[in-house]
Ligand binder design. Structure first.
Ligand code: NAP
Length: 305
């Protein structure tokens, strides 16, 4: 189980979550429901009760399957979902209808963390935050987040929400060892400055940071050049560094990759996506050990932009 000291805050919202969440964008109600139920139960047993969904994931099927999991297992959870601000959605009524539809699919009265999914919209950030504040006032949303926002957009969102005394709780952005842009594009710095959680999506770069996708992982033979006469790409060098550490520690590559993100900054909350109970457990085991200083630095050096 998770130690109390390991929980991380969603900014100043007052909501604490385990250091790893779980992404559900490939959860689709249908033939694999049982596998997902098993993954959900395993995650809950491990204390990983923070789940990330969105109305657009499989056209609502992710939220629906998550709702079915919640019905089967009534233990407390923290649920995040997202509003997609399509250019055709310009009115308050459309926003509220979308939120109500998400709540209905999830079978909940309140969404713990509700994000604006992306900033590319005809509505201003200020208007979107006004709508979010109305959703909070209506008791339908506990905490407000944004996703794929840059530092300037985050500041605008936080400034507008401050009018309502609502903190910006999280910015969900792509962040992993092959994509460290949040460290230099100002987003991580803005999260620190504004006290906002950085929820890291695609922390395994869609599975490219796991043992079975790393060249040489199955044979155990590692070549620094990625093959005879071939210059290794940066990705291969990162993968092989992770694999070397994983093999020395008796861990998996994805555990090493997640461990590094967790150690990089206490505001970071990775949300690896999985549909598989064994993978869920492997990810949960990441929280039972830590990289040494030397290992952290070695990974930092090979993956630095
Ligand atoms: N805000 C946004 O715009 C945005 C965009 C993309 C994603 N997201 C969110 O971020 C979440 C995570 O992103 P993602 O799912 O695209 O990428 P990801 O977490 O980087 O990678 C998911 C892939 O890794 C595999 N995997 C997970 N744990 C594993 C393990 N222990 N061993 C081996 N393979 C493992 C999964 O396969 P299995 O299913 O077989 O385990 C899946 O193929 C999404 O579910 C979604 O909630 C948000």
């Amino acid at each position: 189980m998770i130690q109390d000291s390991q929980y991380r805050p969603l900014g100043a919202s007052g909501i604490m979550v385990p250091p790893l969440g779980t992404g559900t964008n490939r959860w689709t109600q249908g033939k694999d429901d049982e596998a997902v139920f098993q993954a959900f139960h395993s995650l809950m047993d491990a204390g990983l009760n923070f789940f990330d969904s969105a109305e657009v994931y499989s056209m609502g099927k992710s939220e629906r399957l998550l709702g079915a999991c919640l019905q089967r297992d009534p233990r407390p959870v923290v649920i995040a979902s997202k509003f997609a601000p399509y250019p055709t959605r310009l009115s308050r009524r459309q926003f509220m209808n979308a939120l109500d539809a998400s709540l209905s699919r999830l079978g909940k009265q309140t969404i713990d963390l509700y994000y604006i999914h992306f900033p590319y919209t005809l509505l201003s950030i200020e208007t979107l935050m006004d709508l979010m504040a109305q959703a909070v006032a209506a008791g339908k949303v506990r905490a407000v987040g944004v996703s794929n926002f840059n530092a300037k957009q985050m500041r605008r969102a936080a400034t507008r929400l401050a009018r309502y005394r609502i903190p910006l709780a999280a910015n969900q952005v792509r962040y992993n060892l092959l994509h460290r842009q949040p460290e230099w594009n100002g987003v991580l710095a803005a999260c620190r400055e504004l006290n906002v959680a950085l929820v890291a999506y695609r922390p395994l770069e869609r599975g490219r940071l796991r043992s079975d996708t790393v060249p040489g992982a199955t044979s155990g033979l590692l070549s620094p050049t990625g093959g005879k006469g071939k210059v290794a790409s940066k990705e291969e060098v990162v993968q092989k560094t992770l694999l070397t550490i994983a093999q020395q520690r008796g861990k998996s590559v994805n555990q090493v990759a997640l461990n590094w993100l967790l150690r990089r900054d206490t505001r970071v909350i990775p949300i690896p996506g999985t549909t598989n109970a064994r993978h869920a457990m492997e990810n949960a085991d990441t929280l039972k050990w830590q990289l040494s200083d030397d290992e952290f630095t070695a990974i930092d050096q090979v993956s630095s932009p």
